[in-house]
Design a protein around this ligand. Sequence first.
Ligand code: GLU
Length: 299
Amino acid sequence: MTLGRFAPSPTGILHLGNLRTALASWLSARAAGGRWLIRLEDVDGPRCRRDLGEAQLRDLAALGLESDAPVTWQSECSAAYRAALGALHAAGRLYPCACTRKDLQLLASAPHAEDSLRPYPGRCRERAWEGFDRALRLRLPEGPIAWEDRLLGFQMDDPAALTGDPLLFRRDGCFAYHLAVVVDDGAQGVTEVVRGADLRPVTATQIRLQEALGLPRPAYAHLGLVAAPDGSRLGKRAGALGVEALAARRVSPAAILGWLGWSLGCLERPEPCRAGDLIASFAWNQVPAGEVRVPEAWA
Ligand code: GLU
């Protein structure tokens, strides 16, 4: 049975790009007769806020996107992440990293468009084990890895060139994004990961981590990003493109769903609708792989 999920980080509002990902993951699971979960990825330090997560859940509910199982918050799942680190250490796959705090913050976060992706050069690879209270990295095996994307097709990536050995535990005591996302997808039995194209470059690294933990590989689909009407990045404008901000400008949830559904190839034109109206016409081979642009009137 298909199990999809939407896994936002509660660091801001959900803008049209995030909402499009949420809807695509929901439609894909529903069209396959499967289930769908929401997971709040709030392990990534002080930028994550409970109130922002609650607001994200309200916005998703306004679109009719509700989790089939109780919503999980990663900040409440530390025991599972600790156990995974224990297993990786027992297998000789972890090493302590003494690189600076600034490097660590940059490398431990989900690499969205605003962060440039820099592979960790492996400076600490030969350091001896110093205990679980250090920053910890996964020693990646050498070589490229092939994987399949529902939208982008065959992919071949060398994780060493894209991320390098990923940070799994931070010196400040936070579990890092790569660890939490892989452990939770495995523990929850997620079979399908739908997310933004900004995360495509970390997929091979996450597959390596799944392999190290003996977890199955889900199917992947990386959606094109949502850009401003002129094709530039949304940047600060994204703040005005959430459910609440659009409602204040008389754009209803039904109108948002119509535009999102149209942008995913489910409708011939953006007409107001409910999420459920889009299920029958959703198919991955009709979803455009490239970026989409916000309507002029909403930007
Ligand atoms: N939490 C990540 C984000 O906010 C997404 C992780 C994923 O979908 O794999 O972008």
